[in-house]
Design a protein around this ligand. Structure first.
Ligand SMILES: NC(=O)C1=CN([C@@H]2O[C@H](COP(=O)(O)OP(=O)(O)OC[C@H]3O[C@@H](n4cnc5c(N)ncnc54)[C@H](O)[C@@H]3O)[C@@H](O)[C@H]2O)C=CC1
Ligand SMILES: CC(=O)[C@H](N)C(=O)O
Length: 356
């Protein structure tokens, strides 16, 4: 018996060791031949996804090797956490200067106007999402950068199959956001085939996170519900209770991004992949949240965002990402609710201690 326990524990130890080694090898695989880690620039890094990504990449490649940038004034915490520079995605020279000064190897391009806010200012969305993307493509070609550009479930439209939505299908989005993301996918793939640019792209579903509020999308309600529940407010949803959309917890989203960023060339059968973790409707997330906050009141007042959601996928088929480079999500609806409330409660406690 004791021998069996010893053998099992040795087997577990060596499995864990090989997992850790694999992880370490994955991280090292893209170091320079001289052993230097890649140097990475993140545009639009003060939005919902950027701060978390910077933290993840700094953990892997070193604080000084990940440069955050945006046009927004950073908090003291951001400035103290590592390099941060001003970068307007519409200013090509400014971008060139950053790439040269910091000897950038990889670029993660987050700057964008999201679906709902984009409809409120179409000319600005065209500038930021389309002209900005042109700058990023040219810059990446000129300096031979590996470039990651996120796309979205919003790159599909009413003519796309919605349940499920496969990787390769009709894309006729009806928002300027969606149009700009289809443009990004196609231009990136064109630059890859024409100029050999190392372009990588994932279509994300709605992303849910505790620390940064989302920036004006159609899926934002799925973050708001947690804040309303924990602060004892009524949750007023701008979508109908039965509107199903694909979603993902931020840790899964950022891990998928990193896995795509370091995936060996030979595993990538495409340059653009769907990824997802779950799909739910407002009434389903409300009942999941009520397991933690039974008194949460919810009302539904659909607005213009309903028209957008009605054209988006309900179930996202990400089998190709799972087959080609081993994508797996870790958080389902229940696990996401657990972690969201744990983190939000910790934040509440810290705020009450610091008197904010
Ligand atoms: N959050 C989500 O649910 C999803 C996000 N994505 C994509 O991921 C990327 C990041 O998304 P989020 O962080 O949620 O967006 P966000 O809206 O929270 O942040 C976007 C950032 O872009 C910056 N920006 C705006 N104009 C700029 C300019 N001229 N130059 C430089 N930066 C500028 C903003 O200041 C902001 O910090 C976007 O491209 C978005 O389309 C895709 C699918 C889902
Ligand atoms: C799914 C997205 O791209 C974003 N969250 C939005 O709702 O616009």
């Amino acid at each position: 018996m004791a021998r069996l326990a010893w053998v099992t524990s040795r087997a577990r130890h060596s499995w864990l060791t090989s997992q850790a080694q694999q992880c370490w090898l994955n991280t090292r695989r893209h170091y320079h031949p001289n052993g230097d880690p890649p140097r990475i620039l993140i545009t639009g890094s003060l939005g919902q996804l950027g701060t978390g990504l910077a933290k993840l990449l700094r953990g892997k490649y070193g604080t000084q090797n990940v440069i955050m940038s945006d046009i927004v004034k950073p908090t003291k915490d951001i400035v103290n956490s590592g390099p941060y520079v001003f970068a307007d995605i519409l200013d090509f020279k400014c971008l060139q200067e950053i790439v040269v000064t910091y000897r950038i190897d990889w670029l993660v391009h987050f700057s964008a106007l999201l679906s709902a806010i984009g409809e409120q200012n179409v000319p600005l969305a065209i500038r930021v999402n389309i002209e900005g993307l042109h700058n990023v493509m040219e810059l990446s070609k000129q300096y031979n950068l590996r470039v990651f550009v996120p796309s979205t479930i919003g790159a599909f439209g009413p003519d796309s199959p919605r349940n499920p939505t496969p990787n390769l299908t009709i894309q006729r989005p009806r928002t300027i956001y969606g149009v700009s993301k289809v443009h990004a996918e196609l231009l990136g793939e064109y630059y890859h085939h024409r100029f050999g640019l190392d372009f990588r792209c994932l279509r994300f579903p709605g992303v849910i996170s505790a620390d940064t509020m989302p920036g004006g999308g159609t899926t934002d309600y799925a973050v708001q519900v947690f804040h309303d529940a924990i602060e004892g407010r009524e949750f007023e949803c701008y979508l109908r209770p039965t509107t199903r959309l694909p979603m993902m917890y931020i840790d899964d989203c950022l891990r998928s991004l990193w896995e795509m960023l370091v995936a060996p060339e030979e595993k990538l059968k495409r340059r653009t992949y769907n990824v997802t973790a779950m799909s739910f409707s407002p009434e389903e997330i409300v009942s999941a949240v009520r397991k933690h906050f039974p008194d949460l009141k919810a009302t539904y007042k659909p607005d213009s965002r309903q028209n957008i959601a009605d054209t988006w996928p309900e179930i996202f088929d990400d089998n190709e990402a799972r087959w080609d480079w081993g994508w797996q999500h870790h958080y389902d609806l229940e696990a996401m609710c657990e972690i969201m409330f744990t983190l939000l409660q910790q934040q509440q406690q810290m705020e009450s201690v610091s008197g904010r």
